[in-house]
Design a protein around this ligand. Structure first.
Ligand code: EPU
Length: 427
């Protein structure tokens, strides 16, 4: 069994370069199947979710290979089936957007209900309703959606909640629809914005990008493009919180301050010094951590994905902090693991009350989900003694070279056995 072993208490120092965004890359890779040609993507992270998704693409007949220069080449000229492999699709959330994409390319598609982190019910009703409004006929049979459509037809769509995945899914489906689609109450996450720019660089006609109303004027087909995946604001946030909790001084290169505004604003309240640089963010802490209250919200509110590692830091704050989770109904499972390390956290429904303690102590802890894993690693960096983190398959879904990067910042950290994509670990 793989584990990460941390001897905490070392302030992080130095410069770290943040990699490509998981959530941006996954959405764009799925949408590359809309293009009957070669798509070239830069800055795609080497994480297990990407490895799995590329296997799905190959199963569908696409070519998907990393070139020697690190770029990912996807050739979707000749797709051979519209049936996505069920066992792979069920392991991640982003693969569900294959439904609209395959319907657009083939007129038929079969895609299983998705998986992903266990942080709440995560239904797909907005996706299904939107695709049906665009003209698809869909049927759920033994956990698999089977769909057909002659050609999507543009219409007015309204999302009950600004879902990132549903906004991306419906934009993809609308790209080559007949007529105009208007999507109201859209998500505005940076990954949703970049996704729309990707589609436009393929010849789609999308306006209203970055606002709550997106208008997609259907075109006959999309063309090949070369495009950059965003730097990962959630990875960046994790390193920023690692530096903050240890009282370190770190420059996170490539981190985009504009994408991390809600995090940086809350960090400033806790007494952490933030300097925005032209090509990154510097984070430094020299005083006690002050408590604060956080309410997660869709972007540009505080990101639910960083609620977890931020909570780890608040365990050492000089007062009581209240976290309210409004996006997912069970994103507090990791708090049990932090309690093993001496954290004082009480969870009641969608609220966690954290009373700061002077010190956390190392303990055996598990990753309950991807960002829950980030939370225990961040806590372990500051804890007194040895923390042994297990169930790393969650962390491997979204963090490339986590151990190596933290080690380069001075952390006393190592991983036993293999890395995110199964290579033997040499650090
Ligand atoms: N929702 C529905 N019905 C739907 C779709 C969503 O009720 O049809 C609900 C969800 O259950 C949730 C809320 O709407 O309560 C928001 O979900 P959203 O659709 O925005 O999330 P997602 O697209 O499934 C992506 C990221 C998540 C991130 C959220 C919010 C990917 C692969 N995942 O999920 O990332 O938390 O957006 O920004 O892009 C992570 O990286 O750790 C992660 C969980």
């Amino acid at each position: 069994m793989d584990s990460i072993i941390i001897n905490g208490g070392v302030p992080l120092h130095g410069v770290i370069e943040v990699g490509g965004s998981k959530n941006d890359a996954l959405a764009i890779i799925v949408a590359a199947l809309l293009v009957p040609g070669e798509t070239i993507l830069h800055n795609v992270p080497h994480i297990s979710d990407v490895v799995r998704l590329l296997d799905i693409l190959r199963h569908l007949g696409a070519r998907a290979d990393f070139r020697d220069d690190g770029a990912l080449l996807i050739d979707a000229s000749r797709l051979t089936t519209s049936e996505a492999p069920q066992e792979l699709v069920q392991q991640m959330r982003a693969s569900f957007n294959l439904l609209g994409v395959l319907l657009s390319r083939f007129g038929t598609a079969s895609v299983a209900m998705p998986g992903g982190c266990n942080i709440g019910a995560r239904p797909v009703n907005f996706h299904i309703k939107g695709l049906e409004q665009l003209g698809a006929t869909l049927q759920l049979d033994h956990g698999v959606y089977h769909g057909s459509v002659k050609r999507f037809t543009g219409t007015n769509l309204y999302l009950e909640f600004p879902s990132a995945g549903a906004t991306q899914h419906l934009m993809s489906a609308a790209c080559c629809a007949r007529g105009v689609t208007v999507i109201e109450n859209c998500a505005q996450e940076p990954e949703v914005v970049n996704f729309a720019h990707f589609l436009n660089s393929c010849g789609a006609q999308i306006t209203g990008i970055g606002t709550s109303t997106i208008v997609v004027k259907g075109v006959d087909s999309l063309r090949p493009t070369e495009f950059n995946v965003l730097p990962d604001r959630l990875q960046a946030g994790t390193y920023i919180l690692g530096a903050a909790i240890t009282g370190g001084d770190v420059i996170v290169r490539n981190a985009v301050a504009e994408h991390s505004r809600p995090l940086l604003s809350k960090l400033a309240e806790t007494g952490v010094e933030i300097t925005t640089m032209s090509n990154g963010i510097r984070v430094r802490r020299t005083s006690r951590i002050h408590s604060t209250d956080i309410r997660t919200l869709p972007h540009p509110g505080f990101p639910t994905d960083l609620q977890q590692p931020f909570a780890a830091m608040l365990c050492l704050a000089d007062g009581v902090s209240i976290l309210t989770e409004t996006v997912y109904e069970s994103r507090f499972r990791y708090t049990t693991e932090l309690q093993r390390m001496g954290a004082d956290i009480r969870v009641e429904g969608s609220t966690a009350v954290i009373t700061g303690v002077p010190q956390l102590t190392g303990a055996p802890v598990a990753c309950t989900d991807l960002r829950g894993g980030a939370a225990v690693v961040v806590a372990g960096l500051a804890a007194h003694g040895e923390t042994v983190v297990t169930e790393l398959e969650h962390l491997d879904r979204g963090y490339e070279d986590l151990v190596r990067n933290l080690k380069n910042l001075g952390a006393n950290i190592r991983r036993s056995n293999t890395d995110a994509v199964g290579r033997p670990i040499v650090v």
